[in-house]
Design a protein around this ligand. Structure first.
Ligand code: CUA
Length: 311
C-alpha cells in the first residue's frame, strides 16, 4: 500500500491507519444506528415517549470502550513520535539548514552549500534548523517528518532515508507572500554515489570558469531568485535583467532619488536592503545578508549581473 521511505514512515502510517479505521468504524456505525433509530422510534409508532432511568451497564460501556480506544490511539501515536524527538544517533551526518523568505539553504560539514538537500541512503542525517527571519516549517511528506523553525530558537530533526529518489521538501508554515514557492527537494543517493557527490569539488570549479556562473551559483544558494527574476518579470523584488549600469528610481529616507546600479549600489542593496527601495516596491520584504555574503562574493554577483544585459 505504501513504501517506507524513511525510518519513521511505518510508525506514522500505522498510527494513521489505526486512527482512521476507528474513525471510519464509528462514522459508519453511528450513521447506521441513527437512521435505524429514526425509523424505529418515529413519533407515529411511539406517540408516548418511554422514560429511561439510570443504566449502569450502558454507562460503563460508553465510558470504558472510548477510554480504551483513545489510549490505543495515543499508544500508537507515541510509538511513532518518540523516536523522532529522541536524540539523533551519534554517527549522524549533520547538515546546517537555513530557512528564510523564501528558500532553503543546506550547508554540509565540508563547507559545501546547496539549495537541494543531498543525503546518503541508509545513514542517519541530522538537520540543524535555523530560521533567519520569520517562522518556517520543514516538511518532507514522503518521510513523514515535519518540524517548525522559530527565529532565535534553533531546532533539529533527524531521519534515515531508505530508498534512493527525489522527494519534496515544503515549508509548512505560512511565512509571507511567496510561502507557496518555498519548496525544494531531498535527493537520496546510494552511499557510493553520495560519497562521490560529497567529495567532488570539480563541479564547482567548472561552474566558476564560465563568466558570471560563480555569481549565479552564489545567488542561487542564497535564494535570490525566489524574489528577483532574470527575464524582466516583476516578482516580489525588481528583476535583474538589464539593471546593471542603468539608473533606477529609489526611495531613500522617504525621498525619491535616481541612482546608478553599480557595485556600490549592489552592495548597499544586499547589506542594507531597506535603506534604498526601488520605487514601486515594498520595504521590509528582503532580509539583509551581512555576514552571509562576502565582499568577494559580491564581486562575483556583479560579474553575473553584467551578463544580464546592462551596458
Ligand atoms: Cu517559509 Cu512558509
Amino acid at each position: 500500500m505504501y513504501e517506507n521511505l524513511s525510518n519513521f514512515a511505518e510508525g506514522v502510517d500505522t498510527a494513521f491507519v489505526i486512527i482512521l479505521s476507528i474513525i471510519l468504524f464509528f462514522l459508519v456505525g453511528l450513521t447506521v444506528t441513527l437512521i435505524i433509530f429514526i425509523i424505529k422510534y418515529r413519533e407515529k409508532k411511539n406517540p408516548i415517549p418511554t422514560p429511561t432511568k439510570d443504566n449502569i451497564l450502558l454507562e460503563l460501556t460508553w465510558t470504558i470502550i472510548p477510554i480504551v480506544l483513545v489510549i490505543g490511539m495515543f499508544h500508537y501515536g507515541w510509538i511513532a513520535f518518540k523516536p523522532m524527538v529522541s536524540k539523533a544517533p551519534e554517527n549522524s551526518m549533520v547538515v546546517k539548514t537555513d530557512a528564510f523568505m523564501w528558500d532553503w539553504r543546506f550547508e554540509y560539514k565540508n563547507g559545501r552549500k546547496t539549495d537541494t538537500l543531498y543525503v546518503p541512503q541508509g545513514d542517519p542525517v541530522k538537520l540543524e534548523l535555523y530560521a533567519l527571519d520569520v517562522i518556517h516549517s520543514f516538511y518532507i511528506p514522503a518521510f513523514r517528518i515535519k518540524q517548525d523553525i522559530v527565529p532565535g530558537t534553533p531546532s533539529s530533526l533527524w531521519f534515515i532515508a531508505n530508498a534512493p529518489g527525489v522527494y519534496d521538501i515544503f515549508c509548512a508554515e505560512y511565512c509571507g507572500l511567496e510561502h507557496s514557492y518555498m519548496y525544494t527537494a531531498v535527493k537520496v543517493l546510494p552511499k557510493e554515489e553520495f560519497e562521490k557527490w560529497y567529495t567532488d569539488t570539480t563541479q564547482v570549479v567548472v561552474v566558476s570558469d564560465k563568466p558570471g556562473m560563480a555569481g549565479f551559483q552564489i545567488m542561487k544558494d542564497n535564494g535570490c531568485f525566489a524574489c528577483h527574476s532574470t527575464d524582466g518579470s516583476k516578482l516580489v523584488g525588481p528583476t535583474y535583467k538589464g539593471i546593471f549600469g542603468h539608473e533606477v528610481e529609489v526611495i531613500r529616507n522617504g525621498v525619491r532619488q535616481t541612482v546608478t546600479v553599480d557595485k556600490e549600489y549592489i552592495t548597499r542593496s544586499i547589506y542594507y536592503p531597506d535603506e534604498e527601495v526601488v520605487a514601486g516596491y515594498n520595504k521590509g520584504l528582503m532580509r539583509h545578508y551581512q555576514g552571509q555574503i562576502t565582499e568577494e562574493e559580491i564581486d562575483k554577483i556583479v560579474e553575473y549581473l553584467e551578463t544580464l544585459g546592462g551596458e
